[in-house]
Design a protein around this ligand. Sequence first.
Ligand code: 5CA
Length: 434
Amino acid sequence: MRLSQSLIPTLKETPAEAQIASHRLMLRAGLVRQMASGIYAWLPAGLKVLNKIAQIVREEQDAAGAQELLMPTIQSADLWRESGRYDAYGKEMLRITDRHERELLYGPTNEEMITAILRDTTKSYRDLPQIPYHIQWKFRDEVRPRFGVLRGREFLMKDAYSFDLDYAGALLSYKKMMLAYMRTFQRIGITAIPMRADTGQIGGDLSHEFHILAPTGESGVFYDAEFEAGDALGVGYEPAALEDFYDSMTTKYAATDEKHDLGAWAAIPDERKREGRGIEVGQIFYFGKKYSESMNYSVIGPDGAKLFPEMGSYGIGVSRLVGAIIEARHDEAGIVWPDAIAPFRVGILNLRQGDAVTGEICESLHAIFGADCLYDDREERAGAKFAEADLMGHPWQIIVGPRGAANGQVELKRRATGERFELPVAEAIAKVRG
Ligand code: 5CA
């Protein structure tokens, strides 16, 4: 992509309405625009990040045995009357009336709808277990939308739902999802820690929140340094491995300030104690038969008797993750994207636009990296190009100046560390490709 032709409206000034770094940087780097309170348009570079995160989430859900489907954003109020949540949900739910005076709502979550779908499509114990999921926009009329996409009103969520025949099966599904989450966050390139949590609106009695560590997080967090090791990628889904993994995640200490237990904390060696702040990017729940019973969803069990499935639900805030990752990965110059989800893996900076030699090298790099690169081909001075590339946070920058170019050399810069290398073009390409 050529910067001169792109729809990436970067801003020089700091937008006044943005209180925290990720919100400021998302506006300044041209990723999003606010369309109404808590409602954002995703511009091309922002959408690339959102799609890359969604794709990693999707691949890891699939690897855990979950199956993707797509439910609508608009739901019928009657569905929610079945579970009793239509009245219980309160003002956070956006309620809509259609031209026939039928009551609808913009879904804040999908427990009711997915239960209705399984009720219609699974009749026997042989049809279970199932873990359907989707990646869909939600609406919650938050009292105070703030911090950009971190607490929006419209936001993108991955929500999965598990249906099992018994408690042991439900717990296995819960453990699979915990592993899938840890693998997802590790692939994205961030540290997230599972913490015991309250269940709130969703209900049930077992829940974990996943927190990304960032100084501006809304929750205080306390955890054992052993979480920093992060080795979920090697773990498989065989029951024994899953069991060990779950134990290793849940026996180490980690809690938000709401659930902090001073007694248990005191037992951890001082050198392993870590305190910080966290942003909740995901939450998983086990809630048993809450929805299957209230919505009268049963299957015929092996003995011919009615059996109400055991359920859980599993959310990841896909759009919130974009802001949370920036909170965790930025410096005074701009965003520092992890490689796996950067909108562009490499920025190409032509320091003398119009020069035949730098132009030729840049054009060939642009052809090689294609959609993975952003070529700064504007008629701008070098300083402005450096600032723009640092702001946008490409993991690599290939800087092509007239002096180096004359000898076939370019400068390669690693955004995260600031390291710079003078290299022949081919070596720079190889290094970026990894
Ligand atoms: N049905 C369950 C799990 S599928 C559920 O709704 N869980 S939740 O309420 O915890 O939401 C899941 C995730 O969505 C949260 O962990 C958070 O990352 C994200 N999320 C929730 N509310 C917002 C919001 N207002 N703005 C952005 N992301 C949000």
